[in-house]
Design a protein around this ligand. Structure first.
Ligand SMILES: [Zn+2]
Length: 169
């Protein structure tokens, strides 16, 4: 199990045997003296009882010094990473574009009373018409509303219903 860290002087990625944690070594890349950090997470033995793993690790420590085990991970271009992240712009997710993220959220309220023409109830027809007009992809939500209004015909205050359509357009 190796501790993988970056040299604080030259950013070279280094791998040091776990037993070298906390000791000072010379960076094989830039020659500066660096402290080997402790492993972030304790090594989990992949197989076998924990006792056996600890035993093999202990013998490992005796046979090899930490400095001798320092390796360079040359294949990883560590220096390029921060620059790329800073330059990259956050992309709008494709899903959001498809749903119409570039459009504004709008509200349309359709009251039942306004859809009754010459005694014919055209509420469903009008709501369907509007929904087809905005398109299913731009539909955000539909809420039912109830309201009171003064009915001229019956001279009474009636309670009626309608829908509040939240959409992008
Ligand atoms: Zn270095």
């Amino acid at each position: 199990m190796d501790i993988v860290f970056n040299c604080p002087h030259c950013e070279q990625e280094l791998a040091v045997d776990n037993s070298g944690a906390g000791s000072e070594i010379q960076c094989p890349s830039c020659g500066e003296k660096i402290m080997i950090p402790a492993a972030a997470t304790p090594p989990i033995p992949e197989s076998g009882p924990p006792g056996a793993a600890t035993g093999s690790q202990a013998s490992h420590t005796i046979s090899s010094s930490a400095a001798a085990k320092v390796e360079m991970h040359l294949k990883v271009p560590v220096r390029d990473k921060p620059g790329e992240v800073l330059i990259a712009k956050p992309k709008t997710p494709l899903e959001a574009v498809a749903r119409g993220a570039d459009k504004k959220v709008r509200v349309r309220t359709i009251r039942h009373a306004t859809c009754v023409e010459a005694g014919h109830d055209k509420f469903d027809e009008k709501v369907s018409e509007f929904l087809n007009e905005i398109g299913e992809a731009n539909l955000v939500a539909v809420h039912t509303i109830s309201y009171t209004h003064f009915d001229v015909g019956t001279q009474k205050i009636l309670t009626d219903y309608g829908v509040l359509i939240l959409y992008r357009g």
